[in-house]
Design a binder for this molecule. Structure first.
Ligand code: KG4
Ligand code: ZN
Length: 333
């Protein structure tokens, strides 16, 4: 079965073609250079860029896959959660081609797609498993018993981990998105140089990362360093300390959730799952007999192949959407 996936939930315009579980193309057109000078995503710019790019990106995905639209069996589109203006562009586009080419359409939850990205890999888990979605918009733990059978075990009470990376990066004078930059700087820093609070929220599987912003503010003040312009050594050391705390919290919560649910498989996905320290620490869990599944970095960050696979699995269970499908900024799993 040939599936065309479309994702415009945030700032990446993405289209992909998969054949069952095999990726034929996965185009992600990043808008970062249009947003980075503002230190974050500007929703108005994001939707305008999606509008300009969606057709070209889709044509490219079809041409790299060597497939014509008339050969596509299913259009799978992300309809939430995300930026409403951005979502509407991808959704209206998908509905238009579904109508004109007379192809079935199915709406997919972006978080469902992040979890299912792992099924595009050679190595994928059996059910049940634990899933940590850790991205710019979400930090949540789910018990996954089957496709579509998810139970939330914990979530962030304030900032998502990726959001914390991006906000701290801004305070360090780094550009957007800060996650990969902090990750690189941390390689050269001393993770024990500064003592930061570790937000474990004992007794809960929830997360809280917003206190780390306050910690850096207090630290900068005590060292008499101007926010947004610290010296290079401070950037490296602080990045290493910050990253160590975030990763430690994520790993501890994974362990606790696995134990509480009597599971021995974990899938870690979402943009922050591209983080080198998190990947290293997660793989160490295998020493304790835990099966660890980390999709490749390109499948951890936003992409349309993950939307296509999630749509494929829904379609197999007989689910269909229609042209009344709407975009939802808030769409729980
Ligand atoms: O999943 P994603 O592409 O988009 C959302 O759905 O949010 O995740 C983007 C987030 C950004 O906050 C970015 O800073 C973070 O993922 N990120 C990273 C790394 N690569 C991307 N965070 C830490 N380390 C990385 N290597
Ligand atoms: Zn995402």
């Amino acid at each position: 079965m040939l599936i065309l996936g479309i994702d415009t939930s945030c700032d990446d315009t993405s289209a992909a073609v998969i054949e069952d579980r095999k990726i034929l193309s996965n185009i992600v057109s990043s808008q970062i250079k249009f947003h980075s000078k503002y230190g974050g995503i500007v929703p108005e710019i994001a939707s305008r860029k999606h509008l300009e790019w969606i057709w070209d990106v889709t044509e490219k995905a079809l041409s790299i896959a060597n497939v014509e639209l008339k050969e596509i069996d299913l259009i799978s589109v992300c309809h939430g959660p995300g930026l409403i203006g951005s979502l509407l562009v991808g959704l209206c586009f998908a509905k238009s081609i579904s109508f004109s080419a007379q192809k079935p359409i199915i709406g997919v939850n972006h978080l469902d797609a992040h979890i299912q990205a792992v099924f595009l890999e050679e190595k994928y888990p059996e059910f049940p498993f634990l899933s940590l979605i850790v991205s710019g918009g979400h930090t949540s733990l789910y018990r996954v018993d089957d496709f579509g059978k998810y139970r939330e075990l914990g979530r962030t009470r304030d900032d998502a981990a990726g959001e914390a990376y991006d906000k701290v990066a801004k305070m360090l004078g780094l550009s957007y998105p800060g996650g990969p930059i902090i990750d690189a700087l941390a390689q050269e820093g001393n993770p024990n140089k500064y003592k930061l609070p570790k937000p474990f929220l004992h007794g809960s599987l929830d997360f809280s990362f917003s206190g780390l912003k306050t910690a850096i503010k207090v630290l900068l003040k005590s060292l008499n360093i101007q926010e947004g312009n610290p010296p290079e050594d401070f950037k490296k050391d602080f990045s290493a300390c910050f990253q160590a705390v975030v990763v430690e919290v994520l790993i501890e919560k994974i362990k606790k959730a696995l134990k509480g649910e009597a599971l021995n498989r974990v899938v870690i996905t979402g943009g922050v799952a591209a983080n080198s320290e998190l990947r290293k620490r997660a793989m160490e869990l295998e020493g304790d007999g835990i099966e660890v599944y980390l999709p490749s970095k390109a499948l951890c960050t936003d992409n349309a192949a993950m939307i296509a696979i999630a749509g494929f699995h829904k379609f197999q269970t007989g689910e269909r959407s229609d042209l009344f499908l709407n975009a939802r900024a808030y769409l729980p799993l």
